[in-house]
Design a protein around this ligand. Structure first.
Ligand SMILES: Cc1cc2nc3c(=O)[nH]c(=O)nc-3n(C[C@H](O)[C@H](O)[C@H](O)COP(=O)(O)OP(=O)(O)OC[C@H]3O[C@@H](n4cnc5c(N)ncnc54)[C@H](O)[C@@H]3O)c2cc1C
Length: 569
C-alpha cells in the first residue's frame, strides 16, 4: 500500500502544477513562447557547464573553460563509443588491458617465469592496483577532470582494481610463506628460514613484515568480501562502516609493511577529500527546508546561491543532526536555471527512515535543518552542452524521473534562450494501481486522507504540448508521455484513476512501445546523419531494454547515443 501511495505522490510531484497542502509548489512549469524565445536568443554552447568552484571567482577564465570543455568532449567521445556489447572503446583499450597485464605480471613473478622469483617484486606488483583503487574512489579525480568520467562510473574501476590487488597480495603472501626467498625453491628448511629473512635487517623485522602483511591482506579481503553487490546492497550500512574502518587499517598497515606505492593513490584520495570538505563546509549552502509529503516522500529545498549544476546531476547530502558520517546521493530534481534547488527523497532504509521520522514529528511536517552537501556529480555521457544533439529521448521508470525531469526542464529553459532543438521526447513509466489505491484510501503514515486529493491532474511537464504557439505543423518540439503500465484503457478506469479529461490525451496505457518511439526518430532523421541522445534512468529491466534498442536501431542515417543512470553504485 505504502509503495503504491509513494508512486502516486511521485506522479503528483512531477506531473502536476498543483499546490501541496502546506503551500509549497510541488513542481514548476516551464512554458515557452516563440516571442520569449526570440527576445532571449542568447544561448551559447557550454555556458551552462559549471566551472570548478574556485574558478567562479575569475570570470575571465570562462572562455578558456568553454574551450577546454569543447576539447574534452572531442577527446572523450571516441572512447565512449560502445563497440562490443556494452563495453566502451575506452574500457577495452585501457582498463582491461592494464588489468590483464597487471595480473599476468603478478602470476609470472609468482611462478618465476621470465623473472627470478622475488618476494619484493610480487609485493610491488600487488601494491600497484591499489593506486587505481584509491584514485578511482575520488569524487573529483584526474579521470573526472581530464576524461569527464564521473565518480559513479569510476567506482567500477575502484572495485575491479581492488580485486586484482587482493589476488596479487595473496600470491605475494603465499610466496613468502612457501618459498621464503629468492631462488630458495631447492633449499631445505634452514635455507628457507635464512632466505626469508634475507631481505630483512633481522628476524624481528621479518616477523613484523609477515604480521603486517597478513593483517593488510585480511583487511583487503574483508573490504572485497563486503563489496560484492548482494552483500553490499543488503547490508549497506554495515558495509559502509566496515569500509571506513578497514580503509584506516589498510592505510596504517601499508605504512608498516612499507607498501608505500599505495600512498600515491591514497594521496590523490586525500586531496579530493580535502577539496570536498572545503566545498561542503565553506562554499555550499548550510540550511535546507525538509518537508514531509504524503506516502514516504521528503522534499528538500535550499537556495542555489552561486552553486552550479547541470540537468541530471546528483549531490551527496549529509544531515549532521542525524550523522556526520553518512553522505547519501540524491538526484537534483530542479532545473539549473531555478533559484531553488530541490531533491525528492523516497524512504528506503535506515537513514531515510530516520530523516522522515524526525520531520514527521514536527507539527508542521516541515522543518529547517542544517545540511552539508558536496557535488555536483554525474555528468551525462552524451554531450548535451553544445549543438551536437537536436533530438533527445528521455526514458525513466518510477523514481528515475528525478534526473530526467531536471534535464527536460533544463532543455526547455535553454530552448527559451535560443538553443536549437527539433524533438525532445520524455517517457515516464509507472504502474498505476497506486493512483486508484491512493485516491480511495488513507495514508496510515501521515494520517492524511488521500481521498481529499484534488480531482484532476495537470502535468506541468506536459504543458508544452498544449502550447499552440510552439506547434510546428502538427508536432510540438517537447513531447511527454506518461505510461500507466497496469491499467487498461476503458472509461470506468479513467474515472477510477481520477484522471482529468484534459490530461487523458497525454496518458498512455500499458507498456510503452519503445521500439516505435525509436523508429519515429528514425523517420524524422535528416540527411546526412542525425544523432539522437538517449538518456535513461530507472529499473534495470527498463535500462537494459533501452540500451538494446540503442544498439539495434542505430543505422546509416541515425545514430542513437546512450547515457544510463541507475540509483545504485
Ligand atoms: C546517483 C544516485 C542518485 C540517486 N537519486 C535518488 C533520488 O533522487 N531520490 C531517491 O529517493 N533516491 C535516490 N537514490 C537512492 C538513494 O541514495 C538511497 O535510496 C539512499 O541512500 C538510501 O539510504 P538508506 O540508509 O535509507 O537505505 P539503506 O537501507 O541503508 O540502503 C538501501 C540501498 O541504498 C543504497 N545506498 C544507501 N546508502 C548509500 C550511500 N551512502 N551511497 C550510495 N548508495 C547508498 C544502497 O544500494 C543500499 O542497498 C540515488 C542513488 C544514486 C546512486
Amino acid at each position: 500500500g505504502d509503495d503504491l501511495a509513494t508512486k502516486y505522490v511521485l506522479f503528483k510531484i512531477f506531473f502536476t502544477g498543483m499546490m501541496h497542502e502546506n503551500g509549497l509548489p510541488l513542481a514548476t512549469a516551464v512554458s515557452v513562447s516563440p516571442g520569449e524565445r526570440k527576445a532571449a536568443n542568447s544561448w551559447k554552447p557550454y555556458e551552462d557547464s559549471y566551472p570548478l568552484r574556485p574558478l567562479d571567482e575569475f570570470p575571465q577564465t570562462v572562455e578558456v573553460w568553454r574551450e577546454w570543455l569543447r576539447f574534452r568532449w572531442m577527446l572523450r567521445w571516441p572512447f565512449q563509443q560502445r563497440v562490443f556489447c556494452s563495453f566502451a572503446l575506452g574500457e577495452l583499450l585501457f582498463f582491461y588491458p592494464v588489468v590483464a597485464i597487471g595480473v599476468a605480471a603478478g602470476v609470472l613473478a609468482y611462478l618465476g617465469i621470465g623473472v627470478q622469483k622475488d618476494i619484493q617484486l610480487t609485493g610491488t606488483l600487488a601494491s600497484i592496483p591499489f593506486v587505481i583503487t584509491f584514485a578511482a574512489a575520488s569524487h573529483n579525480s584526474l579521470f573526472t577532470f581530464l576524461m569527464g568520467i564521473p565518480f559513479e562510473r569510476t567506482i567500477t574501476y575502484h572495485r575491479y582494481s581492488a580485486y586484482v590487488g587482493a589476488v596479487l597480495g595473496a600470491l605475494h603472501g603465499f610466496l613468502y610463506e612457501v618459498e621464503g626467498c629468492i631462488g630458495c625453491e631447492d633449499g631445505g628448511e634452514d635455507e628457507y628460514e635464512a632466505g626469508r629473512d634475507k631481505g630483512n635487517k633481522n628476524e624481528t623485522d621479518g616477523d613484523e613484515a609477515r604480521a603486517s602483511g597478513w593483517i593488510l591482506q585480511a583487511a583487503v579481503f574483508g573490504l572485497v568480501a563486503f563489496s560484492f553487490s548482494p552483500i553490499r546492497r543488503l547490508f549497506f550500512e554495515i558495509f559502509y562502516r566496515l569500509h571506513v574502518i578497514l580503509f584506516i587499517v589498510v592505510i596504517i598497515f601499508a605504512l608498516v609493511h612499507e607498501a608505500t606505492i599505495v600512498y600515491i593513490g591514497a594521496g590523490i584520495w586525500l586531496l579530493d577529500f580535502a577539496y570536498r570538505s572545503v566545498a561542503a563546509a565553506i562554499w555550499n549552502e548550510h540550511k535546507a527546508t525538509f518537508t514531509v509529503l504524503p506516502a514516504n516522500v521528503i522534499k528538500v529545498t535550499f537556495p542555489r546561491g552561486m552553486w552550479k549544476y547541470k540537468g541530471g546531476q546528483y549531490l551527496f547530502l549529509c544531515v549532521p543532526s542525524l550523522s556526520i558520517f553518512q553522505w547519501h546521493p540524491f538526484s537534483i530534481s530542479s532545473s539549473p536555471a531555478e533559484d531553488t534547488v530541490s531533491l525528492h527523497i523516497r524512504v528506503l532504509g535506515g537513514w531515510t527512515r530516520a530523516l522522515y521520522n524526525m520531520i514527521d514529528k514536527s507539527t508542521e511536517k516541515s522543518m529547517e535543518l542544517g545540511i552539508l552537501f558536496e557535488g555536483p556529480h554525474g555528468e551525462t555521457t552524451v554531450n548535451l552542452d553544445d549543438h551536437t544533439y537536436e533530438h533527445v529521448i528521455l526514458i525513466s521508470g518510477g523514481i528515475g524521473i528525478t534526473p530526467m525531469h531536471s534535464i527536460m526542464n533544463s532543455l526547455k529553459e535553454q530552448y527559451k534562450r535560443g538553443r536549437p532543438l527539433k524533438k525532445v521526447c520524455n517517457v515516464w513509466t509507472v504502474r498505476d494501481r497506486f493512483m486508484i489505491n491512493s485516491v480511495y484510501s488513507t495514508n496510515s503514515k501521515t494520517n492524511m486522507s488521500v481521498n481529499n486529493l484534488p480531482m484532476s491532474f495537470q502535468p506541468d511537464i506536459l504543458h508544452i504540448d498544449s502550447d499552440q504557439e510552439l506547434l510546428s505543423g502538427t508536432d510540438s518540439i517537447f513531447k511527454s508521455r506518461l505510461y500507466l503500465t497496469k491499467l487498461q484503457r476503458n472509461k470506468d478506469e479513467y474515472l477510477m484513476a481520477n484522471i482529468s479529461k484534459e490530461m487523458q490525451p497525454w496518458l498512455r496505457y500499458g507498456r510503452p512501445d519503445l521500439k516505435r518511439i525509436f523508429q519515429g526518430f528514425c523517420r524524422d532523421s535528416l540527411p546526412p546523419r542525425t544523432r539522437v541522445a538517449v538518456l535513461t534512468c530507472g529499473p534495470k529491466g527498463l535500462v537494459n531494454a533501452v540500451e538494446k534498442l540503442v544498439r539495434t536501431q542505430s543505422n546509416s542515417r541515425v545514430t542513437f547515443d546512450f547515457h544510463k543512470e541507475t540509483f545504485e553504485f
